[in-house]
Design a binder for this molecule. Structure first.
Ligand SMILES: O=P(O)(O)OC[C@@H](O)[C@@H](O)c1c[nH]c2ccccc12
Length: 381
């Protein structure tokens, strides 16, 4: 796996950003061959890049000088992340002498850290099989992206209750297998028929028994709802891959990604016509995300991914404290642990206009028909 710093922790594609390659390619960064002169003049050196590729920043309002300084500071991604309050450490990162020998890193501190370490290995293996450039090309041939935010907005207005993002998830580390007989297409069709605005498809295999194949089969089954790729994104490769499998949105977890990665990934999503759902769990994460331009969807997870504790009061608490700023930002999504119409109206009253629900639907015989029970009424499409 490439080991770059700051924004480059998301693994920059080497030539993916050449402005001439396509009108759809991002203009954020342009890969420049070392020694090509102009790179050295205006470019930023990714000190940790194995092959010393230079990347040139181009007419980009997103990266200000403070951020470039951050790149050049020589700090490791873990040090930068820690300064932002991120507790999840990366394993496949360059180590700096100040970070010790690494012996203290052998044991993950919590389940989220374990998932991320596994994900780093998985992504590097997948990239070895299918390099970024190939995935970018595949993404260009995917079915056109659907309007995730628009679908939530319309459903919320139509029904007067939060729009539903219904989750297609076989298992989770906190709950084990939720559904023995698991047919993603059947579940997705039933959700759609019963008024879900959008669907969330788990793609992590190791901890959630999901897959990108599930994403692809649901997309090809005729289901019209926009699809969220529920993945632990640590690398832009995964975003292009998700798009190539038909995803319309991706999850970005603030507990895992430093600010610069979020900004960079948001930019890639925008260029691909995708939506990013940025997930926060606490005030510090929320404050970081509120400072980032271009965020359209913020998810407040009632479950801590580090401890698995679920508390629906989390949404209310965060929104009480930051409500006014956050409501002007875009759509808010209440995530996890919602089981009853009271739970849904509790988070609705707190200010969310969409909810993300898995377990309480998936554990019922017919997950789609369970929707009316969750909202206390049938949802119209
Ligand atoms: O099954 P629940 O409690 O209704 O939760 C759904 C969803 O919020 C949860 O699956 C989730 C929220 N954020 C995540 C990040 C990764 C994996 C899963 C999740």
């Amino acid at each position: 796996m490439e080991s770059l710093v700051a924004a480059t922790s998301a693994s920059l594609p080497r030539a993916a950003f050449s402005p001439s390659s396509s009108s759809r390619t991002p203009s954020v960064l342009r890969a420049v061959v070392p020694g090509s002169g102009n790179a050295a003049a205006r470019g930023v050196r990714c000190a940790a890049a194995k092959d010393s590729v230079f990347y040139e920043l181009e007419h980009d309002e997103m990266f200000n000088s403070a951020e470039v300084f951050q790149w050049e500071s020589g700090k490791s991604i873990n040090a930068i992340a820690a300064a932002q309050g991120i507790r999840i450490r990366r394993l496949c990162r360059p180590r700096y002498p100040s970070e010790g020998t690494g012996a203290d890193r052998a044991v993950p501190r919590n389940i989220l850290e374990q998932i991320i370490w596994d994900k780093e290995v998985e992504v590097s293996q997948r990239k070895a099989k299918k390099p970024l450039q190939k995935v970018i090309e595949a993404a260009q041939h995917a079915p056109p992206p659907r309007d995730f935010v628009g679908a939530l907005d319309t459903a919320h207005r139509r029904n007067g209750v939060p729009a539903l993002i219904a989750e297609v998830k076989k298992a989770s580390p906190s709950r084990g297998v939720l559904r023995e007989h698991f047919n993603p297409v059947e579940i997705a069709q039933s959700y759609q028929k019963n008024g879900a605005a959008c669907l969330s498809i788990l793609t992590d295999e190791k901890h959630f028994q999901g897959s990108f194949e599930n994403m692809e089969t649901v997309r090809n089954s005729g289901v019209k709802c926009p699809l969220l790729c529920k993945e632990f994104v640590i690398d832009i490769w995964q975003i292009y891959y998700a798009r190539s499998k038909g995803a319309d949105a991706v999850l970005l977890i603030a507990a895992v990604l430093p600010d610069l990665d979020i900004k960079y990934m948001l930019r890639i999503c925008r260029n691909l016509g995708m939506t990013a759902l940025i997930e926060v769990h606490d005030e510090r994460e929320l404050d970081r995300v509120l400072k980032i331009d271009g965020v359209q969807l913020i998810g407040i997870n009632n479950r801590s991914l580090e401890t698995f504790e679920v508390d629906t009061a989390n949404t209310t608490m965060l929104l009480e404290r930051r409500g006014d700023i956050i409501r002007n930002k875009g759509i808010l999504v209440g995530e996890s642990g919602l089981f009853t119409p009271e739970d849904v109206s509790y988070v609705h009253n707190a200010g969310v206009s969409a909810v993300l629900v898995g377990e309480s639907l998936l554990t019922r015989d017919d997950p789609g028909r369970a929707i009316a029970g969750l909202f206390g009424k049938e949802l119209l499409r």
